[in-house]
Design a protein around this ligand. Structure first.
Ligand code: AHR
Length: 501
């Protein structure tokens, strides 16, 4: 009888899974910061130096490697000087998103607060710098303010006077955001010219920094080619190139048909084409593959207004089991391309698109997406292992895009950590049918007992809400390989298998 199988090839690997693939993104937009991450020190909501305590503690548990900030589009009108100094003297500004939600930026979270949050949760900061509406010197000064050794310069002294004598040591600096759109509506050639102007001025500062050039929107490989060509003409190869890819349907996130389930999953699976086709376009200018791809915005973008604030927080959305399966599918794609994906940042952390958290006042919930990050965290920094996935495919990807690769019936990736722990992560992409899978190893058997964590719900539309915060929770079980290594993946579910090697 045919049995679906996943075989882990214990001796075949594309390399180490960069922990930064498990990165996050937090923008000054809607409710991400204000009443989301940040409640203020005087709030009745329990907080750590102004940040929501429950969220900071929960976030630290999934070992966030890196957090991108302050945008997004917001970055392109941000003046870092607005966010330093005494809180009561910080200016209020028209937020980049004002025309969408009429909200003013109070600048209560600025550089010091953001760095404090990063330290609190153990993440590295990734600062997205404004390339559209300030000068290169302005950004150079920000870098110096953040990174210059204590006492060396006037900007370092200013940082110390504002409470942080020790430098922040920011390694990742995005130069521009979506410069093909909200970041100045540039052509790739204009963007390359601006990037070189900014980056040249900034990279003459000391320190180990990675400057990220603004890459394409979704599958626009023409942008990638033109940008890489314009940079190569000036003898430059960036350390990293970003790409943004969102998937979504016009519908509400928690109210979808079976067709819409598959439509969204096919769109999410298109991430394979996004990464592979941009990489192929880059190869002409970077044959040794020195430039990493940073997918520094990705996630599901549904119709607005489904979150607990009922539309007050711009882009705030509910997340169901469908979004959790998208997260698992996407992270498996990145794991399996760890040789080319150097970072990925799901958009956005709280009260926004594809969020891990929903919060407001005293309410706080972990969405199904959160549990996926918890279940996948042991892949971070581990050695990727190739898998032979013999579970079949769902056709129909061409209904979305002609070149789209078929959706795997079971999405899978595997890794082995330095301490021997093997992690296999699986997502059942069927909305209605459970599937039995035989899990085995090749070139090293999978033996003994494995821990299994399963994220599933009776209804794939299930979400965690303020009223029912624990509707979707992972459950633990065990697998004994001496019983044949067969596991049942419930319909619309995510599973992590951890085996001590
Ligand atoms: O994540 C929301 C927005 O989506 C970001 O600000 C922008 O970069 C993208 O278009």
């Amino acid at each position: 009888m045919f049995m679906n199988s996943i075989t882990v090839l214990m001796t075949q690997s594309k390399g180490t899974i960069n922990p930064n693939i498990y990165g996050h993104f937090s923008e000054h937009i809607g409710g991400v910061f204000y009443d989301g991450l940040w409640v203020g020190e005087d709030s009745k909501v329990p907080n750590i130096r102004g940040f929501r305590k429950a969220l900071a503690e929960s976030f630290a548990k999934i070992h966030p490697p890196v957090l991108r900030w302050p945008g997004g589009c917001f970055a392109e009108t941000y003046d870092w000087r607005d966010g330093i100094g005494p809180h009561d003297r910080r200016p209020r500004r028209i937020n980049w998103w004002y025309n969408n939600d009429h909200r003013v930026e109070p600048n209560q979270v600025g550089t010091h607060e953001f760095m404090d949050f990063c330290r609190m949760v153990g993440a590295q900061p990734y600062v997205a710098a404004n390339m559209t509406s300030v000068t290169p010197l302005h950004i150079r000064n920000w870098i110096e303010y953040c990174n210059a050794p204590a006492g060396l310069t006037t900007l370092a002294d200013e940082r110390a006077a504002n409470g942080d004598a020790e430098p922040f040591g920011v390694k990742y600096w995005g130069i521009g955001n979506e410069n093909w759109g909200g970041g100045g509506r540039m052509t790739a050639e204009m963007c390359a010219r601006e990037y070189l102007r900014f980056m040249t001025v900034c990279e003459s500062l000391p320190g180990d920094m990675t400057f990220v050039a603004c890459g394409a929107n979704a599958h626009d490989v023409a942008w990638t080619r033109a940008l890489m060509a314009a940079l190569a003409e000036k003898g430059h190869r960036p350390k990293a190139l970003s790409v943004h890819y969102y998937c979504g349907t016009a519908g509400a996130p928690q109210d979808f048909t079976e067709d819409q389930w598959y439509q969204l999953l096919h769109q999410a699976n298109y991430m394979q084409n996004i990464v592979d086709d941009h990489r192929a376009a880059m190869d002409g200018f970077d044959p040794e593959r020195k430039t990493a791809i940073f997918v520094d915005e990705w996630g599901c973008w549904h119709r607005d207004g489904s979150g607990p604030s009922r539309g007050y927080n711009l882009f705030e959305q509910q997340s169901s089991m469908r979004d959790a399966v998208v997260a698992a599918l996407t992270l498996n794609i990145f794991n399996n391309r760890c040789d080319v994906v150097g970072m990925a940042n799901v958009a956005q952390l709280c009260n926004n698109l594809h969020s891990l958290y929903l919060a407001g006042g005293e309410h706080f919930v972990e969405t199904p997406n959160y549990f996926v990050y918890d279940m996948f965290k042991t892949h971070q920094g581990a050695r990727q292992l190739e898998v032979v996935n013999d579970c079949g495919e769902f056709g129909g990807g061409e209904a979305f895009r002609k070149a789209a690769k078929p959706l795997p019936r079971v999405s899978a990736s595997a890794s082995q950590a330095e301490d021997g722990l093997i992690t296999v992560t699986l997502a059942n992409t069927s909305m209605t049918e459970p599937v039995e899978v035989k899990l085995s190893g090749h070139g090293g058997l999978l033996t003994g007992r494995a821990e299994i964590v399963t994220l599933a719900a009776d209804d794939p539309h299930a979400c965690n809400t303020f009223e029912n915060p624990k509707a979707v929770q992972p459950t633990a079980s065990e697998l004994d390989f001496s019983d044949g290594g067969v596991i049942t993946l419930p319909a619309a579910s995510v599973t992590a298998v951890r085996i001590r090697g």
